[in-house]
Design a protein around this ligand. Structure first.
Ligand SMILES: Cc1cc2nc3c(=O)[nH]c(=O)nc-3n(C[C@H](O)[C@H](O)[C@H](O)COP(=O)(O)OP(=O)(O)OC[C@H]3O[C@@H](n4cnc5c(N)ncnc54)[C@H](O)[C@@H]3O)c2cc1C
Length: 572
């Protein structure tokens, strides 16, 4: 929650009784209840007999690709997954060499309990989760905020000086006075989709050209305070940490996060986030059309997905709709499919994959090319034990805390596996300009500089003396299969976003542009959250079902069936 004691904390959606109104990631742009759709006993729909067993290409085995393939398999299609790297994509978990049970989540690592579509799969697989130690939460025993050389220690927000409460209250006021926070959250809780759309559509029209920083600095609440308040807000922000590296992004991106509780009540997956896509790949669903019991994605693929894709073109098979979609693999194998679900980051469609230009309208290409990506870097080290819980005899406090700072590391998280067991520290988690500073440096040099900064904050603590083995580091922008962490729209980008998200509804498209369905958090309205990977995958599944002549059950309409009523507002 925000760095203030006086503010009411939103209840954890995980604690809500079934049917009780609660905050969810019900997206205000397209308020379709994906969680209800997934849970409905009628399932996601059915294919005509002759379409059963149809092969559908799924490019990318990140969460979106695996979810799309899993649901297509349940419907009776034969998904054929192509993957350039590992199953999991940006849900990537790496073990430390000396103690494989100590893991580092290099991409997604903390998942808001309001992300009900995401947790549908976590629950299906029965994956254990735990509260993530975000600043000032119960899971972080203590937090230190260090700004301009001055450190503040807090076990909860009430221990912080009043200055921080003023900052938090200003943020809450800005949201309430300028952006209808309470009304929007009430509409989300009660799933009043018409009211939600009415409120949100006005905000889209008003704020599409406004940056996060512009929103804050022009708000009455922050205008009544000093620049230092605004600066401190950027450093410590709300929920999971500082947000000033998002200051240039569209305020709409931030409002979606706050409105849907996405930055609150985070949990991590025990053993690492990658377990979710990997176990879904192995899972044998109870209800399967067409396939025999016990079939899984793994068994359908004979144990491994196909390789990296180097080309996507219009096919020439008269038996397939529109001639089908031809997919070429890096090492030359080519196959034509009735449809293709493309889940890799959209920049890759022009920068890394030879994609037939005619598959998308020029306006779609503009949207693909104009997507703005965040940079992100993380560096983890393994330590012999959670020494940070040792009590400093002089202060009576733990020797080290979860740390937010304006120094190079920006945010340091302490990840505990129990007393007297090896543990890990996420020494630094950074975004954009802060991540760019690390880009040219190797793991050792990054670690050296991070330890140097932390030594200024904790002069008596020798972190290096506890470290074992080599650090694990990542810069997502340096990986050619990703080219960035994830999309985040700049001011004026709403129109691109609306095109990308809505592309799965293809009736209005000319035939030569049908049959390729984009999915993944890249094209979702909540990029940077795995819930968006799931929901856009479900859109693509609906698109493929429709493309192959199938339908959703009348009692459980799919996202495309309610499109006319709920579609995101189209700006002129
Ligand atoms: C640093 C970071 C922190 C994050 N933190 C969080 C968080 O805390 N909580 C949260 O909910 N979300 C978080 N996310 C977002 C979350 O990780 C993503 O939403 C999710 O993993 C995206 O899944 P996806 O399937 O859409 O895309 P991806 O995981 O990117 O999957 C696309 C796949 O396509 C593959 N591919 C690329 N090119 C080709 C090719 N030519 N042929 C075949 N395959 C190809 C890639 O290898 C990849 O596996 C974070 C992401 C990052 C990067």
């Amino acid at each position: 929650m925000t760095v203030s004691s006086p503010l009411p904390e939103t209840p954890d959606p995980a604690d809500a009784a079934p049917g009780e109104p609660t905050l969810t990631m019900l997206n205000p742009d397209f308020p379709f209840s994906y969680d209800h759709y997934l849970e409905h006993p009628a399932g996601l729909g059915s294919l005509p007999e002759q379409a059963q067993g149809t092969e559908v290409a799924v490019i990318g085995a990140g969460l979106a690709g695996v979810v799309a393939a899993y649901e297509l398999m349940k419907l009776g299609c034969k998904p054929v997954i192509f993957e350039a790297g590992e199953i999991g994509g940006r849900l990537k978990t790496q073990s430390f060499a000396a103690a494989p049970e100590v893991v580092a989540d290099l991409g997604g690592m903390r998942f808001p309990t309001s992300g009900k579509a995401f947790y549908h799969y976590v629950d299906l697989l029965d994956l254990p989760t735990r509260e993530f130690p975000n600043p000032l939460t119960g899971a972080a025993p203590s937090t230190v905020i260090e700004l301009k050389g001055q450190a503040f220690y807090a076990e909860d927000a009430s221990h912080l000086p009043p200055f921080f409460a003023e900052v938090a209250q200003a943020w809450q006021r800005a949201l309430t006075e300028e952006a209808e926070l309470e009304a929007v959250q009430q509409a989300i809780c009660s799933r009043d989709v018409l009211e939600l759309k009415r409120l949100w559509n006005q905000l889209v029209e008003r704020f599409d050209d406004e940056s996060f920083y512009g929103f804050l600095s022009s708000s009455q609440a922050f205008q009544e305070l000093s620049f230092e308040h605004l600066e401190a807000f950027g450093q410590v922000g709300f929920g999971s940490g500082g947000w000033d590296t998002d200051f240039t992004n569209s305020i709409l991106e931030v409002l979606r996060v706050v409105f849907t509780g996405a930055d609150d009540h985070h949990r991590s997956i025990d053993g690492g986030a990658q377990r979710l896509p990997v176990q879904l790949w192995k899972h044998r669903p109870e209800r399967l059309a067409h396939w025999s019991p016990g079939t899984s994605l793994e068994s359908l693929h004979g144990g491994a997905p196909r390789g990296a894709v180097s080309g996507i073109h219009r096919g020439s098979n008269p038996a397939l709709p529109g001639g089908g979609v031809r997919v070429t693999e890096k090492w030359g194998r080519t196959q034509e499919f009735a449809a293709a679900v493309v889940t890799c980051q959209s920049w890759l469609l022009s920068a890394r994959i030879d994609t037939d230009e005619n598959l998308f309208a020029p306006s779609m290409w503009t949207a693909i090319e104009k997507s703005h990506y965040m940079l992100s870097s993380k560096t983890f080290v393994m330590v012999d034990r959670p020494f940070w819980r040792d009590i400093d005899p002089e202060t009576g406090r733990p020797v080290m805390s979860m740390t937010l700072t304006d120094r190079l590391p920006r945010a340091t998280y302490l990840l505990d596996e129990g007393p007297e067991r090896p543990a890990s520290i996420l020494l630094s988690y950074t975004w954009n300009d802060d991540a760019l500073k690390w880009l040219p440096l190797d793991a050792s040099e990054r670690t050296r500089l991070m330890l140097h900064s932390l030594a200024k904050i904790y002069p008596g603590v020798d972190i290096g003396a506890h470290m074992i083995g080599e650090p694990i580091t990542v810069s997502w922008e340096a990986d050619p299969n990703f080219m960035g962490a994830f999309k985040n729209n700049l001011p004026g980008h709403y129109r691109y976003q609306e095109r990308l998200f809505g592309h799965f509804v293809q009736e209005q498209l000319p035939e030569h542009q049908r049959g390729v369905f984009l999915a993944g958090d890249d094209i979702s309205f909540t990029a940077g959250w795995a819930d968006g990977a799931v929901t856009t995958a479900l859109n693509a599944v609906w698109g493929v079902l429709h493309h192959l002549g199938g339908t959703a059950a009348a009692e459980n309409p799919g996202p495309g069936d309610v499109w006319a009523d709920l579609a995101p507002i189209r700006l002129d």
